[in-house]
Design a protein around this ligand. Structure first.
Ligand code: NDP
Length: 334
């Protein structure tokens, strides 16, 4: 297999490129800024399946008219601890920028608060949401659904989305603990990248169109992904469906499929974000208690905390090596 050709590009150039592309495809300044920031932060942290790679999909849904590039999210605080953000059929990042500070304030006051994001399109990683909360002293949980792509345990037919879930824990004066993962064995974006780059994926990632296990990403894209960890991951994926759709009133993955126009972007859906304030729930002493836990955990040989790879990447302020074909494709949209 020939080596993948890359091009060196600074984070500022990535931001400017993304901003110009979104602005020239129907996004107003607020939406283009929020999306360009999301894409740049993903590239900065090495979340490559949710950075520049997603731009063609974002643009396809702007072009088809499915997503509103001028969306202005509306916030309602139904109860002090229940916040509804109506995304006005726009992409999720602007709704996050508007809604998360309101959610954080509510959790600071009440101990626990929940945000339901509806009428929105989520095409990004979820760590920005939970990390935002942890940086404000809160523990966060966020989850969203997609379209059927994952077979429930025991089946070979897609029913669950790749249904990511992210969790964060605040660590005063330290980088917060954040994990963010699809409940499928691999995120769809990673399978698509493997197909583009022509390398196999681990056995157990998914089934081909014939329902048999395959390590060929192109075959899996025609077939189905599997949940991580068999029936246990399947149960977590089921929980994500209920929290992100049942609890928000938005579409389950199987419902989203019926209304989506398959333009290459994400389906309309909901996201549930929960914020818990340890200062009010656990009370004084929670920091020392949890830091002691982290010390014991990290003392075990071979352990690294989730999020450490991303946060280490973030310390590098220098240019990034980006797939050359991908960059040409994104530039061709200008
Ligand atoms: P990974 O499997 O790459 O990583 C999952 C988590 O495990 C990360 O927090 C990662 O931290 C951590 N981790 C990885 N290796 C180790 C290790 N050896 N020890 C401890 N922790 C580790 O993520 P996925 O492929 O499952 O998901 C990728 C992204 O796709 C996520 O950001 C998710 O939100 C997004 N996604 C979005 C969807 C959407 O509809 N919007 C749908 C599905 C997925 P680290 O990052 O530091 O490596």
């Amino acid at each position: 297999m020939p080596p993948i050709e890359t091009e060196e590009i600074s984070l500022d150039e990535i931001y400017q490129l993304a901003f110009k592309v979104f602005s020239s495809h129907g996004c107003d300044t607020d939406n283009a800024t929020a999306l360009a920031r999301t894409v740049t932060n993903a590239e900065r942290d090495g979340s490559l399946s949710h950075g520049l790679f997603r731009i063609p999909g974002y643009l396809a849904s702007l072009k088809s008219g499915k997503v509103n590039g001028d969306a202005q999210p509306k916030i309602e605080q139904n109860l002090d601890s229940v916040i509804t953000v109506d995304g006005n059929l726009g992409y999720a990042p602007l709704s996050h920028e508007k809604g998360l500070p309101v959610l954080a304030d509510a959790a600071k006051r009440s101990g626990i608060a929940v945000m339901r994001l509806i009428n929105s399109f989520h095409f990004a990683a979820l760590w920005p949401e939970t990390e935002f909360l942890a940086e404000r002293g809160l523990s966060g949980i966020a989850c969203t659904v997609y379209k059927p792509a994952v077979a429930p345990a025991g089946a070979s037919k897609a029913f669950f989305g790749t249904n990511p879930i992210s969790f964060s824990w605040p660590r005063p004066n330290k980088t917060p603990l954040v994990f963010d993962m699809a409940t499928s064995t691999l995120a769809m974006g990673d399978v698509q990248i493997a197909a583009r780059e022509g390398h196999p994926v681990p056995h157990g990632t998914g089934l081909g169109p014939d329902g048999k296990p395959s390590d060929d990403p192109a075959e899996i894209l025609k077939g189905v992904l599997l949940p991580f960890g068999g029936y246990k991951g399947s149960a977590i994926s089921l929980m994500v469906e209920l929290l992100a759709a049942g609890m928000t009133g938005e579409s389950f993955s199987y419902e989203a499929e019926k209304t989506d126009n398959n333009d290459g972007g994400p389906p309309k859906g909901g996201e549930l974000i929960l914020a818990i304030n340890p200062e009010l729930v656990a009370g004084k002493g929670w920091t020392d208690h949890s830091e002691d836990f982290f010390s014991h955990l990290k003392a075990i040989d071979g352990v690294r905390l989730p999020g450490e790879r991303r946060h280490k990447n973030r310390l590098d302020k220098g240019p990034r090596q980006v797939n050359k074909d991908l960059l040409s494709k994104v530039r061709s949209f200008l």
